[in-house]
Design a protein around this ligand. Sequence first.
Ligand SMILES: Nc1ncnc2c1ncn2[C@@H]1O[C@H](COP(=O)(O)OP(=O)(O)OP(=O)(O)O)[C@@H](O)[C@H]1O
Ligand SMILES: [Mg+2]
Length: 336
Amino acid sequence: MASANPGVLLAVEGLTVRFRREQESFHAVEGLDLTVRRGETVCLVGESGCGKTVTALSVMGLLPRPAAEIANGRIRFDGIDLAAGAADYPPGIRGRRLAMVFQEPLTSLNPVLSIGDQIAEGLSFHQGLCARRARERACELLAEVGLSRPEQRLSDYPHRLSGGERQRVMIAIALACGPELLIADEPTTALDVTVQAQILRLLRALKEKRDLSMLYITHDLGVVSRIAERVAVMYAGEGVETGPAEEILRRPLHPYSAALLDALPGRGKRGRRLAAVPGAVPHPAARPPGCAFHPRCPYAEPACRRERPALIPLPRARAVRCPVTAATLGGKDAGR
Ligand SMILES: Nc1ncnc2c1ncn2[C@@H]1O[C@H](COP(=O)(O)OP(=O)(O)OP(=O)(O)O)[C@@H](O)[C@H]1O
Ligand SMILES: [Mg+2]
């Protein structure tokens, strides 16, 4: 429990998110546990459609309504319930103590407002700053995120900026009210590799300077070593492996984590590459019975097709949802 552990800033327990579409309903996220401690960066990793953004939107209280709802589980931020049944999202948290950088900077920025006004908006709203002070603060924030000539840039519109600059502006907006936790949803996906590296460096520096905690979402396990202390791997809406970043990179236990690692350029000596594993992430409405990964898994046993594996706790703060590989690391409860 978060309140029982003062080091825990974000505690997601058993999160299940249901979408309804006409006659159909499905769980885009199913029984997810996720913890972010103070001062820590956790990477949430998984291929497209695994439920990473739905998880982030759940934490932010921004799920699309009425299509989606939290069907089960709890989300607590510093011990405060963010998703407690039908209760409203508690005030004073989103945008202040908890902020998010979205996947698509161009669609998240308002095209008809200057970037200075967009940063100042949050400062006026949340902190009641007057226009002049908000503008000064916006300028300081642009400098902090490494935008050159910040004073001149305040009056620029988003279309005048490069992709990397837009993402820096998004980070400035997110940081405006001094959040304790920053959720960054694939902030570098649309950028070329050099700019990606710059944004990662910036986030790392900001984290140190501001003592931020961060939930960094990516499909690229290659980013993990550059930013994260811990990793949570998702597959088809479920958490399949968690643990310290260096342990998972050195020795991934879930066959899906291993496949993601093998798919990285310059790797692949570990055995079969993900590219060689047929299939794709199933849509949550068509999740196969048993282990959701079994149709793509080179190690699947007959039981994997029938029984849904539980998350098995392991030594060294690890856990894996695979009884086949857990046994190799002495899982406490490797049986089903
Ligand atoms: N508004 C929505 N309506 C219906 N289904 C949705 C909606 N948003 C997400 N989903 C479904 O929920 C699942 C998880 O989507 P999500 O956007 O969380 O994936 P993701 O891991 O963030 O993928 P990506 O890496 O592509 O961003 C997907 O199957 C997606 O189709
Ligand atoms: Mg996403």
